[in-house]
Design a protein around this ligand. Structure first.
Ligand code: ADP
Ligand code: MG
Length: 247
């Protein structure tokens, strides 16, 4: 477990509707620098919408979200810059299919961060080594396994030097034998002090790597606790019910 620092991502009274559906209800959540927060809850409870709101892939109806002390604006240049502080890894491996692994990882730093190419390549190789796919740098995504592609996706996000990394069910689309290779990379990232928000059904990962578990149901944060407390002593009937189905 990491020593957690000052607030990095702060959600205050966040509400979001899709038509009549109230998908985020008065969400108040503070994620501290270096903290690893695992978000769990039934399907449809708003976990993906929460991640997407933090990255402003979704607008919010009311409330505020700030990253490192700066409130996310609705649009504009500041939004693009603040958004680049947030890395995101999705369930589906969304690598650029027409580019090599190396080009996938260097594209953002070169185009957005204006990093010189040689430097971007050097850093990309370090990151590909860190996630264990360095020998594959010339391959196209389709030539790799799902687990390898997901590790490249993590390296690609890290190449932008994000302040916080969001993972939305990063192992849900993987064949079982590939889940651990991705979780191992995430665990080592957590240990390195990265601030992380991880939506996952992998309770082993939550127990091992989370500083805090946030349980959502019906758009609300129902309870949150250390993994040990949450898994052994869930307080709400909804959390008890959820855990009884998955454990
Ligand atoms: P989770 O990730 O916990 O499964 P989501 O955040 O994906 O939940 O979805 C929360 C609720 O919002 C669900 O009822 C879902 O059907 C609905 N929803 C998600 N995205 C949209 C959308 N773009 N338009 C309408 N409803 C949506
Ligand atoms: Mg989801």
């Amino acid at each position: 477990m990491t020593d957690v620092g000052e607030p990095l991502v702060v959600l205050k009274d966040v509400n979001k509707h899709f038509g009549d559906l109230h998908v985020l209800r008065d969400i108040n959540l503070t994620i501290h620098r270096g903290e690893v927060v695992v978000v769990i809850g039934p399907s449809g409870s708003g976990k993906s919408t929460l991640c997407r709101a933090i990255n402003r892939l979704e607008t919010i109806g009311s409330g505020t979200i700030s990253i490192d002390g700066k409130e996310l604006p609705e649009e504009g240049k500041d939004l693009a810059r603040l958004r680049s502080d947030v890395g995101m890894v999705f369930q589906s491996f969304n690598l650029f299919s027409h580019m090599t692994v190396l080009d996938n990882v260097t594209l953002g730093p070169i185009k957005v961060r204006k990093v010189p190419k040689a430097k971007a390549v050097e850093r990309a190789r370090e990151l590909l080594t860190r996630v264990g796919v360095e020998v594959q740098e010339k391959k196209m995504p389709a030539q790799m396994s799902g687990g390898q592609q997901q590790r490249v996706a993590i390296a690609r996000s890290l190449a932008m030097d994000p302040k916080v990394m969001l993972f939305d069910e990063p192992t849900s689309a993987l064949d079982p034998e590939m889940i651990n290779e991705v979780l191992d990379v995430m665990t080592s990232l957590a240990k390195s002090g990265m601030t992380m928000v991880v939506v996952t059904h992998e309770m082993g990962f939550a127990r091992r790597a989370a500083d805090r578990v946030v349980f959502m149901a019906d758009g609300e944060i129902v309870e949150q606790n250390t993994p040990e407390e949450f898994f052994t002593n869930p307080q709400s009937s909804r959390a008890q019910d959820f855990l009884s189905k998955i454990l």
